[in-house]
Design a protein around this ligand. Structure first.
Ligand SMILES: *[C@@H]1O[C@H](CO)[C@@H](O)[C@H](O)[C@H]1NC(C)=O
Ligand SMILES: *[C@@H]1O[C@H](CO)[C@@H](O)[C@H](O)[C@H]1NC(C)=O
Ligand SMILES: *[C@@H]1O[C@H](CO)[C@@H](O)[C@H](O)[C@H]1NC(C)=O
Ligand SMILES: *[C@@H]1O[C@H](CO)[C@@H](O)[C@H](O)[C@H]1NC(C)=O
Ligand SMILES: *[C@@H]1O[C@H](CO)[C@@H](O)[C@H](O)[C@H]1NC(C)=O
Ligand SMILES: *[C@@H]1O[C@H](CO)[C@@H](O)[C@H](O)[C@H]1NC(C)=O
Ligand SMILES: *[C@@H]1O[C@H](CO)[C@@H](O)[C@H](O)[C@H]1NC(C)=O
Ligand SMILES: *[C@@H]1O[C@H](CO)[C@@H](O)[C@H](O)[C@H]1NC(C)=O
Ligand SMILES: CC(=O)N[C@H]1CO[C@H](CO)[C@@H](O)[C@@H]1O
Length: 273
């Protein structure tokens, strides 16, 4: 009995150590984010990359088109939040769960140097500075762990947001290199699209892994793309099959952008709702 109690405590302590959950009651977040604030939100700095002059002709062979407006993609959106007193924006996506109200973004969009994001909202299908018909969705919980720059968020939407947006599957571990599509709202970087931080930019190309470490794509996805999904099997002509998330835009160097390898066991544990 006593032994059982001890191991129970131990398990609880381990869970507390690896998983931080931040329950935030922010009913005002919907009102807080006026259209003006959304347009003026700072696109969160992508750790590691220095701002450089964009020269689109450098990597012309890598470019994909942003023109996917015929099939508005609602499973990706802009994620607005206040961190350390500053109004910021990142990218987030809806992932396939039983509760229907779960998304993913980067950990550094949820937590930084002891500060937790507040006023969190998700705008599915945000594009060219406009919300979709789904408007602003309140984000009521966020959870993440040490050792990877990604986390899960909980949407407050009756009936499950993914019923309206569709969702990305997850759980596949590809062998590298692998063809993927990346999604984000950058203000700069190498993707051939309107880098205004308000327009969804999609890049299709190959992600590779070096020495069993993090995975990378050979271009700068740009500031504001943090938290965007890296998706394999995404077929733009079949919106019912969005593909599988295998990465989340996390950081960059002078030439490449990185994602951590996602630990799907951990992600399952982080979804406590
Ligand atoms: C780099 O770009 C980001 C995003 O536009 C901006 O917030 C930041 O201030 C810039 N940093 C420098 C050193 O110019
Ligand atoms: C961009 O890079 C290409 C190839 O390096 C070069 O030819 C071109 O002059 C550059 N354009 C600008 C505007 O710097
Ligand atoms: C960038 O996109 C535009 C519009 O889709 C296209 O006309 C142009 O050829 C593209 N540039 C490159 C270098 O791929
Ligand atoms: C929203 O989209 C409409 C066209 O559908 C455009 O006229 C308007 O400028 C957009 N709003 C913003 C803030 O860009
Ligand atoms: C999604 O909608 C269907 C009916 O359209 C409903 O049966 C199901 O419960 C909904 N999913 C969630 C998570 O609420
Ligand atoms: C992934 O990148 C981070 C940040 O540079 C680093 O701390 C970590 O060790 C890397 N992980 C692997 C498995 O290479
Ligand atoms: C950036 O990352 C790529 C891929 O990991 C690597 O080949 C390259 O050397 C890195 N560049 C710098 C300046 O570290
Ligand atoms: C993934 O997460 C689980 C649960 O937290 C953990 O037990 C496992 O060691 C992790 N796997 C890797 C490869 O880090
Ligand atoms: C699982 C979990 O942390 N749930 C919390 C989500 O946030 C609400 C408040 O918005 C809390 O009441 C829940 O406990």
């Amino acid at each position: 009995m006593y032994k059982e109690y001890i191991s129970y405590i131990l398990i609880v302590l381990i869970i507390i150590e690896i998983a931080f959950t931040q329950p935030i009651i922010s009913e005002n977040a919907i009102d807080y984010w006026t259209p003006e604030k959304m347009l003026n939100a700072k696109l969160l700095h992508l750790p590691g990359i220095k701002n450089k002059t964009i020269n689109n002709s450098e990597k012309a062979n890598l470019f994909a088109s942003e023109d996917e407006n015929k099939n508005p993609l609602l499973a990706v959106g802009q994620f607005f939040f206040t961190l350390d007193g500053i109004d910021n924006a990142c990218t987030a996506s809806v992932i396939n769960t039983q509760n229907g109200n779960t998304g993913m973004t980067a950990k550094h969009c949820l937590y930084s140097n002891g500060a937790h994001s507040v006023n969190m909202i998700f705008c599915p299908g945000y594009n060219k500075g406009n919300t979709s018909y789904l408007g602003k969705i309140l984000v009521t919980n966020a959870s993440w762990a040490d050792g990877g720059d990604y986390g899960v968020i909980k949407f407050d939407y009756n009936g499950g947001l993914q019923n309206k947006t569709g969702s990305f599957d997850w759980g596949l571990t590809p062998s590298y290199p692998v063809r993927i599509a990346t999604f984000g709202y950058p203000v700069d970087g190498d993707v051939n699209c309107t880098h205004d931080g308000k327009t969804l930019c999609i890049w299709r190309g190959v992600a590779d892994q070096h020495k069993h470490g993090n995975i990378s794509v050979p271009l700068l996805l740009g500031h504001g793309s943090s938290g965007g999904p890296w998706v394999m099997g995404n077929n733009p002509s079949n919106p019912k099959n969005l593909g599988d998330v295998i990465g989340i835009t996390a950081f960059g160097n002078e030439s490449h952008t990185y994602s951590y390898i996602l630990n799907f066991t951990l992600i399952r544990e982080l979804i406590t709702w």
